[in-house]
Ligand binder design. Structure first.
Ligand code: TRP
Length: 351
């Protein structure tokens, strides 16, 4: 991190802490926007990383909005295969985890034209070099093995549209997303200075929950094959845990550096039981990875069972799932039209 970046990081950390202190007292001041790319099923990493927090914010009386970012799917891949299935399953995952569509607006990019139209004035507010130096864009370009598409290059600006069309002022994020938030703040500030005060400068709410590792100790990700999906069955979960890589030391200890596989399993058990990794490790002692895997499987499956049960119910009522999304999209269009009208007015484009 350069000096400049670490200053920005510290400033953002401070803002995040200040907002966290104020949320419970003044929920009415806050509008949350958060979202996911519909590239597959949501997994335990999403659950502990953000879904739980979204439900908590929703239940605290904060205005909550969730975007299913379908246009982001084509930032770095050239197919929209399975997209509608992925989108419907994402809605199912949300509802199964406790998102209440009466309180939270759930919607898709491609259904809200006025949101997407904000991209034009916003693109005029950023420079080529700002776009090129975004570290997440660079990393995603490399991971994809594709040429840098115009959409991947400009997707942080598109995220600014997602956040600002509904005047979102808090965005739950991991550290790696902070450059996006900074870009959004800049866009809001520049628009307000150039035209008229229309947009808030959103704050990234830094996630302080433990990041749940994938079964191999790397980041949990579907593309690594190390993720436990909310949608998978108890048997699939058992299989995945069984074939996860551990080591031959029978004495179970928690040491993420030297024993990533064993430690990832311990963290998974810890998060799903509320116990500590060390306590679980001591209890298993010389039981070896077989005993550990059995314990993890039981803990994860017990934890997920109520969510999976609700999932199965929702899966049987796809017309209801479609209705939830249609309602969310309708509402998002109203919100986006109102904001776009303010933007037209601020820019003198009312004819
Ligand atoms: N990029 C996020 C992801 O990969 C999804 C997303 C789209 C988002 N628009 C957003 C997140 C705006 C926060 C704010 O899951």
């Amino acid at each position: 991190m350069s000096n400049n970046e670490s200053n920005t990081f510290l400033a953002q950390q401070k803002m995040s802490d200040a907002v966290k202190g104020d949320l419970a007292e003044h929920p009415e001041k806050y509008v949350m926007l958060s979202g996911d790319r519909p590239t597959g099923r949501l997994h335990l990493g999403h659950y502990f990383g953000t879904l739980k927090e979204r439900v908590m914010l929703q239940d605290a009386g904060i205005k909550t909005n969730i975007i299913i970012a379908d246009y982001q799917v084509i930032t770095d891949r050239d197919t929209t295969e399975n997209i509608s299935d992925n989108v419907l399953n994402m809605v199912i995952d949300y509802l199964a985890c406790g998102i209440d569509p009466a309180k939270t607006m759930i919607f898709t990019h491609s259904s809200v034209p006025a949101l997407n139209q904000l991209m034009l004035p916003f693109l005029s507010l950023v420079s080529e070099s700002e776009l090129l130096r975004n570290p997440t864009v660079k990393a995603e370009k490399e991971a994809s093995g594709h040429a840098l598409t115009g959409l991947l290059l400009t997707y942080p600006v598109h995220q600014a549209c997602d956040i600002l069309f509904c005047k979102g002022n808090i965005v739950p994020v991991g550290k790696d997303q902070l450059p996006h938030i900074e870009q959004t703040r800049q866009i809001a500030r520049r628009f307000n200075e150039r035209y008229a005060n229309v947009f808030p400068e959103p704050v990234g709410l830094l996630n302080d929950s433990v990041e749940i590792p994938g079964l191999d100790g790397r980041k949990m990700s579907k593309s690594y094959g190390n993720a436990i999906s909310l949608a998978s069955t108890a048997e699939e979960t058992a299989k995945l845990i069984k074939k996860s890589q551990t080591d031959s030391d029978r004495n179970i200890t928690f040491d993420p550096e030297t024993r990533p596989g064993v430690s990832a399993l311990l963290t998974t058990a810890a998060l799903t039981t509320g116990r500590s990794e060390r306590e679980i490790a001591e209890e298993i002692g010389d039981g070896g990875s077989g005993t550990l895997k059995k314990y993890v499987t039981e803990s994860v499956n017990a934890y997920l069972e109520p969510i999976r049960e609700r999932r199965r119910e929702l899966e049987r009522d796809i017309p209801y799932i479609r209705e939830v999304l249609a309602e969310g999209n309708k509402l998002a269009n109203d919100v986006a039209e109102t904001t776009l009208n303010e933007v037209r007015e601020a820019m003198g484009m009312v004819y």
